[in-house]
Design a protein around this ligand. Structure first.
Ligand code: GLC
Length: 503
């Protein structure tokens, strides 16, 4: 007990901790969504004096060539998996002081897209990935004190650590954390198939372990067996304990609530800074935005063929076009909204019905609506810089990163107050002159429209108030420093220098 106190609090006696991140995507190598931003930036902010942080990713063939060129071959071995003896290649790269490893296997990672539409195949591929990562650790001679898993794709790791890998000295005592970025995706398939793929004994497929509503569920396995569970905002950590947000796992999350906490995501301000952003026409900062920011609006109106008018309120949406993002609310009031004196710029891809919905309104209100149904990093930066407001009416939002970028660009978020949106955007209070954005509570299209119209009134009639709101928005700080400290405290708490298990 004495040693534990010394180890934990006394820096002099502190032993360097080894932390391994395992995830299905990470910037700058491969990205489909916010998960990649977090996996790419959090490790950079973990203090290298106290932690040796490394990251494992799959070696996808669809990675950009310039990133593939950075990878060096390390070694390979063969592993028993899914009734075969199968190849595992290991590659490595170093970026911004973080050591990355990649699991190579052409059979599993050669697709044109990161994710595959066949859930059974996804379960097979990511179970392979997780087993390969664990098996690779002695080969690369890296024994982590803690493995930090992300989302369902890595949910089997905490299970394997307590099961087949628990018998060996190398793995014994390795702690695990699972971070839920989105509870909607769980990695579910029938028990028989998952049992065959994972090779776990049948007593693991009971409702207190991997079984969930008669299926096997890999995320559930992670939540049951991890030493700690985190999610990406305080509010989402509370929400997922309720049936509406819990996606069927709320009873388990309530049961594990002592081990569950929210840590809000940060963003990497070095990539998103209007004062240095190479993608935007006119750079600006918290001092000169009143004169300079609008030049970006002017340029974007020209580029996208919208009416060129500095005074028009421009609203931006940069989003995956999926149900989660509240797009049915927008579809419902688009005709009404387009009667107002506004412009709407949309960027993103996703479900066909939403892509077509925005294309339709672009056709119908051509000089007011610009639908850009693709993804472009450069255009996203231009939208953050050019728009006056940024719309995010999500049905649920574990954290949300776009609103953080919008705030930093002085683009006022209009959000539904759920999950991370509630924790990061403070609704405007005209009586106290506080707030950094606009919020509405109920998932209701006209409540959203009324909120947008309230924002329009402030923008058009009380410009000084609007600009003061931009002052406050640009002053808030969601850089990683604060959140990275919270992760570090958790790692230290879970891995005290004195380990009672080893005595
Ligand atoms: C998921 C969530 C999003 C979160 C991101 C990173 O994409 O939908 O809210 O910001 O993961 O944690």
């Amino acid at each position: 007990m004495y040693l534990r106190t010394v180890g934990y609090y006394n820096i002099g006696g502190f032993l360097m901790k080894k932390i391994l991140f395992v995830a299905s995507e990470g910037v700058p190598f491969i990205k489909t969504g916010g998960l990649a931003d977090v996996v790419g930036s959090l490790p950079k902010y973990i203090d290298k004096k106290y932690f040796d942080v490394r990251v494992f990713l799959p070696k996808y063939a669809c990675m950009k060539q310039e990133m593939k060129d950075k990878l060096r071959y390390v070694t390979n071995f063969y592993m028993d998996f899914n009734w075969q003896n199968i190849y595992v290649g290991i590659f490595e790269a170093e970026v911004d002081g973080v050591h990355y490893y990649f699991i190579d296997n052409e059979f599993y990672w050669s697709g044109a897209k990161v994710y595959n539409d066949d859930p059974r195949y996804e379960i097979e591929r990511y179970t392979y990935f997780c087993k390969a990562v664990l098996s690779a650790l002695p080969v690369i001679d890296f024994r982590p004190d803690l493995i930090h898993c992300h989302d369902w794709q890595t949910g089997i790791i905490p299970v394997y650590l307590k099961e087949r890998f628990a018998g060996s000295d190398f793995y014994r005592g390795i702690k695990s954390v699972i971070t839920i970025h989105n509870l909607k995706f769980q990695g579910k398939w029938d028990v028989k198939t998952v049992q065959s793929i994972t090779g776990l004994p049948d007593y693991y497929f009971t409702p207190d372990k991997l079984e969930s509503y008669k299926d096997a569920n890999l995320l559930k396995g992670g939540i049951v067996f991890a030493d700690a569970i985190t999610t990406v905002s305080d509010t989402y950590a509370e929400e997922i304990k309720t049936p509406f947000f819990g996606e069927g796992l709320d009873p388990l999350l309530r049961a594990r609530s002592n081990s569950l906490r929210g840590i809000v995501n940060g963003i990497d301000y070095s990539d998103f800074d209007p004062a240095t952003d190479p993608h935007i026409v006119k750079k600006y900062n918290a001092v000169n935005f009143r004169k300079e920011k609008v030049k970006n609006k002017h340029a974007l109106q020209e580029e996208l063929g919208l009416t060129v008018d500095d005074k028009k309120m421009m609203i931006g949406i940069v989003s995956r076009l999926t149900d989660q993002k509240g797009l049915d609310l927008i579809a419902y009031i688009m005709d009404e909204l387009c009667q107002d004196d506004i412009q709407l710029v949309v960027l993103g891809t996703g479900e066909e019905r939403y892509e077509n919905m925005f294309r339709h309104f672009d056709w119908k209100y051509n000089n007011k609506v610009s639908a850009n149904i693709y993804y472009s990093d450069a255009l996203s930066h231009k939208i953050y810089a050019a728009c006056d407001a940024f719309l995010m009416p999500s049905l649920f939002e574990p954290c949300g990163l776009s609103q953080l970028m919008a705030l930093h660009y002085g683009t006022i978020p209009i959000v539904r107050q759920t999950g991370g949106l509630k924790d990061t955007v403070e609704p405007y209070n005209e009586y106290e002159s506080t707030g950094t954005g606009f919020g509405f509570v109920n998932y209701n299209a006209h409540e959203m429209l009324a909120t947008i119209r309230y924002a329009e009134r402030i923008y058009y009639d009380r410009k000084r108030e609007w600009n003061k709101m931009i002052d406050r928005a640009m002053a808030v700080d969601f850089s990683w420093e604060v959140s990275a400290k919270k992760y570090q405290e958790m790692y230290m708490w879970l891995c005290p220098d004195y380990d009672a298990d080893k005595e």
